[in-house]
Design a protein around this ligand. Structure first.
Ligand SMILES: Nc1ncnc2c1ncn2[C@@H]1O[C@H](COP(=O)(O)OP(=O)(O)OP(=O)(O)O)[C@@H](O)[C@H]1O
Ligand SMILES: [Mg+2]
Length: 282
């Protein structure tokens, strides 16, 4: 391993292997070094701390040309940071999970019921990686069916997807939008939930005015981290909770809606009271 960058707090990072370095020409190396430096400075200004392995993977996105440049931070939450990045003239959102603060116990509960994953004894890091892989696959499946950002790449705890916004300005969350045809928006969300369930056999699992962005007056679902497939033991309680959240928001906008009707519209069946009682345990 060789040292090719120095962070602003004077700590050295071993970023790429010698083998990788040989492949890079001098000019390109210089470019990457500058971008890394800028990126590290921005992290320091924003007081963001990542483990070394995550930083290395972020830099590798630059080296591998999956990302041309990290532009800034869109959102910094407890579990993940979302960066705005560019790939040529296109913008990308890069969601990075914080290995140190993720609630991996809840994560493993959701992964365990998913037949796509087989986790036996796993480390904290392995669980987080599986969690991000799950989000990546969910997003890929969802974006083929409904309005959701296209998933581009997954590397360990990092997920790269299309950026939802205009010229690098992120689209607002549904909760922050002032003027909208609320009836029409509710209808579109209702159809998307049904399509996701029927065609994608997927339930969002954390749907609310916080995880829906509005672009060109149209709703776009984001954050498929808690999504589960319909066979998952928690799928029905999660869907009921999604219906409750969506209807609570639209009721405040004077849209005539009811979570029980919404659930029946999506699934073709009535709510099972046992599933509804399970919401408390989610
Ligand atoms: N593809 C995207 N394009 C534009 N903005 C995005 C995109 N993905 C996420 N964001 C922004 O980042 C925020 C957080 O993303 P997300 O909901 O996926 O993560 P989170 O872990 O739920 O974060 P938090 O707990 O802070 O809500 C979103 O509310 C949205 O504003
Ligand atoms: Mg969210």
């Amino acid at each position: 391993m060789i040292v090719i960058a120095k962070s602003s707090n004077n700590e050295f990072y071993e970023l790429i292997s010698e083998e990788e370095e040989i492949k890079l020409d001098k000019q390109y190396q210089k470019e990457i070094l500058e971008k890394e430096k800028k990126f590290l400075e921005e992290l320091k200004t924003a007081n963001e701390v990542f483990d070394k392995r995550t930083l290395m993977n972020l830099f590798r996105l630059l080296v591998g040309k999956h990302i041309t440049e990290f532009v800034g931070i869109v959102n910094s939450g407890k579990e993940a940071v979302v960066f705005k990045a560019r790939k040529g003239k296109f913008y990308r959102a890069v969601k990075v999970y914080r290995v140190a603060t993720c609630d991996f116990k809840t994560m493993s509960k959701y992964i365990q019921g998913d037949p796509r994953f087989h986790l036996r004894k796993s480390s904290r890091r392995q669980i987080i990686h599986a969690w991000v892989e799950k989000e990546f696959r969910n997003l890929k499946r969802a974006s083929e069916i409904i309005n959701a950002p296209k998933a581009r790449l997954r590397r360990e705890n990092i997920l790269v997807m299309d950026f939802v916004g205009h010229r690098g300005v992120p689209a607002p969350k549904l909760k922050d939008v002032q003027n909208l045809d609320w009836e029409k928006c509710f209808k579109t969300i209702k159809e998307s939930m049904k399509k996701l369930y029927e065609e994608g056999e997927l339930i969002h699992g954390d749907l609310s005015e916080y995880n829906i962005l509005i672009k060109d007056n149209e709703p776009i679902f984001i954050d498929f981290s808690q999504s589960v497939i319909t066979q998952h033991p928690l799928s029905q309680p999660l869907l009921i909770r999604d219906c409750i959240n969506v209807c609570n928001f639209f009721k405040r906008k004077k849209v005539n809606c009811n979570y029980k009707n919404l659930y029946t519209y999506i699934t073709g069946k009535d709510i099972n009271p046992i599933d509804e009682a399970m919401i408390k345990q989610l």
